[in-house]
Design a protein around this ligand. Structure first.
Ligand code: FES
Length: 85
């Protein structure tokens, strides 16, 4: 089963450094790791937790305050283990 990665592209997350640029950074990191075939990734409207943005949801679990500099750790600790499980 593919790992589902949702990127909030709502206004608040986008203004705070999330949204499409964050999605591209995550996609690039996953591409570099050679695992994109295991990933289903899409953008979403506001997830309803703007004050904790930028927000990302991975297999239904929400992660908060995710900025570009957090992408390597997010991929390594939260996404890759789901693929390898
Ligand atoms: S804009 Fe991202 S949670 Fe509201």
């Amino acid at each position: 089963m593919k790992v589902k990665v949702q990127i909030c592209t709502g206004m608040f997350c986008s203004m705070d450094g999330g949204g499409n640029p964050l999605g591209r950074a995550i996609q690039q990191a996953l591409t570099d790791a050679g695992v994109m075939e295991h990933i289903e990734m899409w953008s979403t409207h506001c997830m309803g937790t703007c004050e904790s943005g930028p927000c990302v949801r991975i297999n239904g679990e929400k992660f908060y305050h995710i900025h570009q500099e957090d992408v390597p750790q997010l991929v390594r600790e939260e996404i890759l283990p789901l693929i390898e499980a």
